[in-house]
Design a protein around this ligand. Structure first.
Ligand code: SME
Length: 152
């Protein structure tokens, strides 16, 4: 992991050691990520409701969004819920299956959280920058998703 991400990950591990309940832990994580990474402009979690097969918006930091419930398969978030694979979209204008939250958003990364191999939730990050995400972002967020998975 790149050094800037290493120090943020250390701060994230300090959050894990606080024994917060899940909602508080996720809220604190969104705040940490948005504060520490300049190209993260909106950071939130979507949680899968298995009864309805809808993603339900959980804790987030950034502007409010109309997309509080997203069907599996719809948008970038819904595609990640159905594939369980990270999606990096460096230019959202090139993504046909995309749900716009704000005209300011240029790019997005969505990382699945898997519990015993099954999709349970995801980290969604919007950026106002064009093509800002690197392999380091992917590795960093995958490590966070992995550590959070035990809380679901
Ligand atoms: N852009 C997402 C919708 C959620 S917002 O980014 C908060 C998508 O296409 O699924």
């Amino acid at each position: 992991m790149e050094s800037v991400f290493t120090s943020i990950f250390t701060k994230f591990e300090a959050l894990l050691n606080q024994n917060y309940e899940l909602g508080k832990l996720l809220t604190e994580t969104t705040q940490l990520l948005k504060r520490e990474v300049s190209h993260y402009d909106w950071v939130g979690f979507y949680l899968l409701d298995r009864d309805t097969m809808m993603l339900v918006l959980g804790p987030y930091t950034g502007s409010s969004t109309e997309h509080t419930h997203i069907p599996v398969g719809k948008g970038i978030c819904g595609q990640v819920a159905s594939s369980s694979q990270t999606m990096v979209v460096q230019d959202v204008s090139q993504q046909a299956n995309y749900l716009s939250c704000s005209m300011d958003v240029q790019s997005e990364i969505v990382v699945p959280i898997l519990k015993d191999g099954s999709f349970v939730a995801e980290i969604d990050i919007d950026s106002h920058a064009y093509s800002p995400f690197t392999k380091e972002d992917e590795e960093f967020l995958a490590a966070i998703a992995e550590r959070l998975s035990v809380y679901f």
